[in-house]
Design a protein around this ligand. Structure first.
Ligand code: HEM
Length: 485
């Protein structure tokens, strides 16, 4: 509807008499407190910001749909996967990780790839990244890790000492560090990168049979990356380069699309696979578990309002639907808590009733009240359970599938400690030019580190992944290889 001829009103709907001149005692003032429109206008402005996300603050979003291209209902009973051709609306938010809300898009950083599928059986959020692995594999390390990516408490500057100190003391990061420092660390646009669920999840079919699953979104635009000099130039000249590219592509009808495939592992293989398949610092070999296509994601509509949709969107790795469940992955388990907790703080306890987060499925439960309750709050219907008034009841067929666990309760790491093979395999896969750029990026990033001890420890990890990898970085830093082995 056009805004023409509409009366300007206060937030309580009364027409405003003057929006350019405050009520003052004569033309020289002072201003009278009775100008309630002025008071409301200033006060509302002071409250325009919600806290930015503690990570992934800078982002861009789009609406689209997911369409099933292959029937995998023998693996998952999720209703949105039930038949070929079925379309489910979705919202995606891409992001950088470490920078603030106004930071530049073209920095070297993983990109968030968070998808909300509005399925008939509730919202399914797949909150992944553009990389298949992560820097750490236990949630207990996440706050420390993120501190190293953020600003120094005194100087308020980014701090390479902290970054490389933490990574060199956390060798499980090596695989992700290698990906980050490779060409893929700076995607050309948000459209030219793959997306991954990264964790292992569980799929359960209608018979209650379960498998482990990993998700891969493959870009149909092809993978393209930015040259580092161009990225640095763009960060200065157009810090919103990726945001602008996505918006313009969709506005011009050039709708980006991704194929979604899954790797499927039989449940019992997890006990015998050569590393722990729940360890998010590892990929599963596609020779062992080939990609199986399941559908296609198309982004075809820009948000109408950035704050209402992109900023207020709340994605949670714990938002599952029947047929999709958590795995024991220790990072995923921590995330099951962290996101909804962040949403309650950042947006409020009723964040799921905002239009962008509201499921298309009916919501029936006994949660009531709370700040900014903007729906009917359950009206006069029964507000406790059990009850004798035909209130909503549980459906036993939707209980998560039971599975056996064992072991002593203790603070223990995963059994597998090979942090080097997969990082080395990745290095060996790169062309000579790609290796050169990888080494240059790492040398440039480590150079400002003050302590040689940290540099040497990190070079040792690169060396263990591949002697050539370690040697070239040592040489680039003016250190000799014998010092590091
Ligand atoms: C955002 C915590 C690991 C992907 C966030 C937020 C928190 C968080 C608190 C902000 C949420 C908000 O305010 O809306 C954690 C913790 C982790 C972890 C505690 C480890 C235990 C990961 C991993 C991935 C990931 C492994 C990817 C595989 C994302 C994405 C967002 C995000 C994509 C942005 C979501 C959006 O667009 O709103 N994370 N994170 N995180 N995280 Fe994580």
């Amino acid at each position: 509807m056009s805004d023409e001829n509409k009366k300007l009103t206060t937030s309580w709907g009364a027409p405003v008499g003057d929006n350019q001149n405050s009520i003052t005692a004569g033309s020289r003032g002072p201003t009278l407190i009775q100008d309630v429109h002025l008071l409301e206008k200033l006060a509302h402005f002071n409250r325009e910001r919600v806290p930015e996300r503690v990570v992934h603050a800078k982002g861009a979003g789009a609406h689209g749909y997911f369409e099933v291209t292959q029937d995998l209902s023998n693996y998952s009973k999720a209703s949105f996967l039930s038949e070929i051709g079925k379309r489910t609306p979705l919202f995606i938010r891409f992001s950088t990780v470490a920078g603030e809300l106004g930071s530049a898009d073209t920095v070297r950083d993983p990109r968030g790839f968070a998808v909300k599928f509005y399925t008939e059986e509730g919202n399914y959020d797949l909150v992944g990244n553009n990389t298949p692995v992560f820097f750490i594999r236990d949630a207990i390390k996440f706050p420390d890790f993120i501190h190293t990516q953020k600003r120094h408490p005194q100087t308020h500057l980014k701090n390479p000492n902290a970054v490389w100190d933490f990574w060199s003391l956390s060798p499980e990061s090596l695989h992700q560090v290698t990906i980050l420092m490779s060409d893929r660390g700076i995607p050309a646009t948000l459209r030219h990168m793959h997306g991954f669920g990264s964790h292992t999840f569980k799929w359960v079919n209608a018979e209650g049979e379960a498998v482990w699953v990993k998700y891969h979104f493959k870009t149909e635009q092809g993978v393209k990356n930015l040259d580092v000099e161009l990225a640095a130039k763009l960060a200065g000249e157009n810090p919103d380069y990726h945001t602008e590219d996505l918006f313009n592509a969709i506005a011009n009808g050039d709708f980006p699309a991704w194929k979604l495939s899954v790797q499927i592992m039989p449940l019992e293989d997890a006990n015998t696979y050569r590393f722990d398949p729940f360890d998010v610092s590892k990929v599963w070999s596609q020779k062992d578990y080939p990609l199986i296509e399941v559908g296609r994601m198309v982004l075809n509509r820009n948000p109408e309002n950035y704050f209402a949709e992109v900023e207020q969107a709340t994605f949670s790795p714990g938002a599952f639907v029947p047929g999709i469940e958590a795995s024991p992955d220790k990072m995923l388990q921590g995330r099951l808590f962290a996101y909804s907790d962040a949403h309650r703080y950042r947006v409020g306890a009723n964040h799921n009733s905002l239009p962008i987060n509201r499921p298309q499925a009916e919501v029936n439960n006994y949660q009531r009240d709370g700040q900014m309750r903007s729906d009917s709050n359950g009206g006069s219907s029964v507000y406790y359970e059990p009850n004798s008034f035909s209130g909503p009841t549980e459906s036993a067929q939707n209980k998560p599938a039971a599975y056996a666990v064992s072991g002593e309760a203790d603070s223990v790491a995963y059994d597998h400690h090979d942090h080097y093979t997969q990082a080395g395999d990745l290095y060996r896969l790169l062309s000579e030019d790609e290796r050169t750029r990888l080494v240059e990026a790492i040398v440039g990033a480590i150079k400002p580190v003050e302590k040689d001890e940290i540099k040497l420890r990190q070079i040792g990890h690169f060396y263990k992944a591949d002697p050539e990898y370690g040697t070239r970085i040592a040489e680039g830093l003016g250190l000799t290889v014998p010092q590091v082995v």
